[in-house]
Design a protein around this ligand. Structure first.
Ligand SMILES: CC(C)(COP(=O)(O)OP(=O)(O)OC[C@H]1O[C@@H](n2cnc3c(N)ncnc32)[C@H](O)[C@@H]1OP(=O)(O)O)[C@@H](O)C(=O)NCCC(=O)NCCS
Length: 273
């Protein structure tokens, strides 16, 4: 047996699970208050058809799922997030990674019916995989979908997953029955190649800005000094400087003004009314 690459660590050695954002989609941690929306979203026929959630789906199922969301050190072996689209903080879907302990993880996701049709699953998938490659040092993320789930396959391909056209007979099970599946894999290289392609189409697919960096970027947009930003956000001027440096790096901007222009163009910030 090979030694596991990522051993569970005492919770004290892990930081709090991250909130990830690309300025359009934010991945946050699940909360008990999400139960009703989860129940509503998972009752949808497409969720039942294409995933392994219980069917019919009840509020009790949602509460049970929320009760099993790993916390502390266990979260890092099975990271799970809620997909939201700020300014709304409402549950708009879920995404999770199941680590195999050997540098790989399987990803699963679904969106609420009211969040579909805008490519939000691809954004969530890109955020989760980018983070997993850099923070967990994963070498591969695997994905599968039941044959016929074109929206999920296109989502995976848009993010850079290599998904052959052919089906893998009986690959996976759904509620006790085997189903033919499509399978795909994503490596850091295929993710980066797909992101470069996205960049040429004018979408922001670079490293995600943290929630705090987005706050700072919005302050830069209205021309505030580091001192004023520090006062407004209740942090030190030094911390603001670090955030600004990180923003410039992520947006590949040479100045604050250029970062603001890029941020405005990519929808990461907006001008006040
Ligand atoms: C799969 C799912 C997460 C995708 O959500 P989404 O981000 O709203 O997806 P979109 O509707 O924006 O479509 C994503 C891509 O698939 C394409 N697509 C959507 N439906 C399609 C179809 N029937 N045939 C071919 N392509 C399709 C879209 O054109 C888009 O591609 P593009 O951006 O290159 O144009 C969502 O449909 C869902 O939750 N379905 C039910 C649960 C599920 O299937 N989960 C995944 C299990 S593997």
């Amino acid at each position: 047996m090979q030694a596991a690459k990522l051993l569970p660590m005492p919770s004290g050695q892990r930081p709090a699970p991250p909130i990830l954002s690309d300025g359009v989609v934010t991945l946050r941690l699940p909360r008990p208050a999400d139960a009703e929306d989860i129940a509503l979203g998972c009752q949808d026929p497409l969720s039942a058809m294409w995933t392994t959630v219980p069917s019919p789906y009840t509020l009790a199922d949602a509460q049970e799922w929320l009760g099993k969301v790993p916390t502390g050190a266990a979260w890092w072996a099975s990271p799970v997030w809620i997909v939201t689209t700020p300014p709304s903080d409402r549950w708009g879907g879920s995404i999770d990674l199941r680590l195999d302990g050997h540098g790989g993880a399987e990803v699963g996701y679904l969106l609420a019916p009211w969040s579909r049709g805008h490519g939000h699953a691809a954004r969530a998938l890109r955020l989760a995989c980018t983070w997993a490659f850099s923070s967990l040092e994963l070498q591969v993320v695997t994905w599968y979908a039941f044959v016929g789930n074109d929206a999920s396959r296109q989502t995976a391909r848009n993010v850079g997953f290599q998904v052959p056209d052919h089906a893998f007979p009986q690959f996976s099970a759904q509620r006790g029955e085997r189903r033919d599946s499509w399978i795909g894999t994503l490596t850091p290289e295929s993710l980066a190649a797909a992101s470069r392609l996205g960049d040429t189409r004018g979408q922001y697919l670079g490293p995600a800005l943290t929630r705090r960096e987005l706050d700072v970027l919005r302050h830069l947009t209205i021309g505030q000094s580091n001192r004023a930003i520090a006062d407004d956000l209740g942090i030190s001027e030094n911390t603001v400087k670090n955030h600004v440096r990180s923003i410039l790096e992520k947006l590949q901007a040479k100045s604050r003004a250029e970062a603001v222009v890029t941020g405005l163009r990519q929808g990461l910030t907006s001008l006040p009314n």
